[in-house]
Design a protein around this ligand. Structure first.
Ligand SMILES: *Cc1c(COP(=O)(O)O)cnc(C)c1O
Length: 413
């Protein structure tokens, strides 16, 4: 057992997975166990069952569970300042903003608490820029089928998955969905009325689908031509997940606005919007805001994460582990015929189920769970893996062995 792993579960209250069904909104149906502690890439439930975690809290726990250094940063910062609101500023918010701009070349930062809030702010900002510079007519937002941008109503309506946005009353207008990676669709549709195009460099929830570099190049040129802002949603691909600090750094073009969240706080809720000073200037006093955004505690952790994950040494290890995991998965796919393809970038990988197994990603995920392996899905046909960026190579091999047991069972069923 790794150091610091075991802590006695709270016993003062009788809690179990069943408590969920009594006291929680039913929008999730968590697995049949209750997690109580973890360290590194292992987590434990209330029965002391151990799981190898290849989910990273959905691409959030970039340094694994309860990393020692993050515990130290939290302890230290919690003794100084936790929250002050944005009526005042504080040294940790400013340090993280400085670090983010230094690392990316963007000039300005707006802090929020989640991915959806980052996109919400980015989309509002793009609308405001167009309104200020070109007038009300320029308001169309283009997004792509199967994209995911979060759950606030604007962000969820912009995203290209109707099942998440329908049934909640009238939707915001002037949003168009086009086919992802389809040059012809964007060329024939974009116009001077377009104020923004929002795209994920790798579609995450939509099935781990990387953008074609030629498509991104064309998007950039078309946005320039029509004076539309290009927004990259890097909520999932950012903070080292793709093998570079941000995925756009491996792409031939740079966006006008970048959104980031998930990994930035190593488990603490934080997100950010990055842009040039000229774009940021449109969010003058009173135009937008957040009570918690830029919270000192989350920013202190963000500073640590960015220093750690942003180093070339760390990123080259992420790329090497990404290659190892991809090879392990490809090999499993070839030997068992269950995967048609393994795709993605860095440590964000999707195993596309072969024809006979389509629609069974959740079933495979359950079988993995049975063998002590935590995985994600990205739609019914893709098993998604997003382990901690500092996972050990031996743990990736262990993960592949457990996955093989699940694949054998899937084939027998
Ligand atoms: C997870 C995700 C979001 C939403 O982030 P939340 O923190 O859940 O609000 C938005 N965009 C992408 C690409 C994501 O993966």
């Amino acid at each position: 057992m790794e150091s610091g792993a075991v802590k006695a579960p709270v016993k003062s209250m009788e809690l179990s997975r069943q408590t969920f069904d009594k006291v929680m909104f039913p929008c999730y149906q968590p697995f049949d166990m209750m997690l109580t502690h973890g360290h590194g890439s292992y987590v434990y439930d209330s029965e002391e069952n151990r799981y190898l975690d290849l989910t990273g809290g959905i691409a959030v726990n970039c340094l694994g569970h309860t990393p020692d250094e993050v515990q130290e940063v939290i302890r230290e910062q919690a003794s100084r300042l936790i929250h002050v609101s944005n009526i005042f500023t504080n040294n940790k918010t400013l340090e993280l903003a400085q670090r983010l701009t230094d690392a990316t070349g963007f000039e300005r930062v707006f802090f929020v608490n989640s991915g959806t809030e980052a996109n919400e702010a980015a989309l509002k900002l793009a609308r405001r820029v167009a309104f200020d510079d070109f007038g009300e007519e320029k308001n169309e937002i283009i997004a792509f089928d199967h994209s995911f941008h979060g759950r606030t109503f604007f962000a969820v309506c912009v995203a290209g998955q109707d099942k998440y946005s329908s049934g909640f009353g009238p939707k915001p207008g002037a949003i168009t969905h086009l086919k992802y990676n389809d040059l012809e669709a964007i060329e024939s549709h974009i116009s001077d009325k377009t104020c923004a195009v929002i795209v994920e460099p790798v579609q995450g929830e939509g099935g781990i689908i990387p953008a074609d570099p030629l498509f991104m190049k064309r998007l950039r040129a078309l946005c320039d031509q029509h004076r539309a802002l290009l927004i990259f949603d890097e909520v999932q691909t950012g903070v080292g997940r793709s093998g570079s600090l941000y995925a756009y750094m491996q792409c031939p073009v740079k966006p006008d606005i970048l959104t980031t969240a998930k990994g930035l706080g190593s488990g603490l809720p934080i997100g950010a919007v990055l842009s040039s000073s000229a774009i940021a200037a449109h969010f003058g006093p009173g135009t937008h805001g957040s009570t918690f955004g830029g919270n000192a505690l989350a920013c202190a952790v963000g500073c640590y994460v960015l220093q750690k994950v942003g180093s070339e040494k760390f990123l080259s290890k992420v790329r090497a582990k990404g290659e190892l995991l991809r090879n392990l998965l490809t090999d499993l796919g070839e030997r068992h015929g269950v995967f048609a393809q393994v795709r993605g970038q860095g440590l964000l990988l999707g195993c596309v189920l072969a024809k006979p197994y389509q629609g069974q990603s959740a079933k495979l995920q359950k079988l993995c769970f049975k063998h002590g392996l935590l995985t994600l899905v990205a739609g019914p046909d893709v098993l998604r893996l997003a382990p901690a960026l500092n996972i050990k190579k031996a743990q990736l091999r262990e993960g592949a062995e457990l996955l093989e047991l699940a694949l054998l069972e899937l084939k027998e069923a």
